[in-house]
Design a protein around this ligand. Sequence first.
Ligand code: GSH
Length: 221
Amino acid sequence: MTGVLVLYGMDISPPVRACKLTLRALNLDYEYKEINLLEREHLSEDFLKKNPQHTVPLLDDNGTFIWDSHAIVCYLVDKYGKSDELYPRDLVKRARVDQRLFFDASILFMSLRNVSLPYFYHQVNVVPKEKVDSIKDAYGHLETFLGDNPYLTGSNITLADFCCAATASALAAVLELDQQKYPKVAAWLKRLSSLPHYEEDSSRSLEKYINMLKPGLKFEQ
Ligand SMILES: N[C@@H](CCC(=O)N[C@@H](CS)C(=O)NCC(=O)O)C(=O)O
């Protein structure tokens, strides 16, 4: 049953891009509703009823509301995937994907949000050194996770790649990826960018995001 899925998002948001990539990979039709965070539309009574945590992305599947991109993408594969390739049912394989998803939620994305949220909502444009260091650490972990594999958990693309790549690519708004230091991360991001429709679902919004954040930031020495 498709067609009843509604994704609420803001196009520049990294976790929204991860959901769009997943919906595309599953070949699902959905309605997209833009929520302008800068206009505080996520704090409206109507949106708060759907998601009291007031974050995007938010999925409405026929009246069931799910938020947090990681919960959304896992739900989509479990419910609508024709195979379990993107989110394996095998417990050990799934645990590896989950580890990377939780890494994205708790480490990778937070290293970005800790800079972007103060900037967009409180006009804090000076980035302290420790916040830049946390981004370097996050890039380093991704480099290690990749090892000799083309994707984050091995030879197949999974939800871990969609979620982590959506965030990792956006980190360039704060700290450009050093290709000499993190060659595997650079090659992995390039590999993902050749997915069909990646431009439409991800690259254009990414460019917009970087242009909104990067020029305004200053760095503590
Ligand atoms: N872990 C969440 C993070 C969601 C998140 O922080 N989204 C940002 C936009 S990128 C947002 O909605 N910010 C508004 C707010 O937190 O009030 C996810 O993966 O969905």
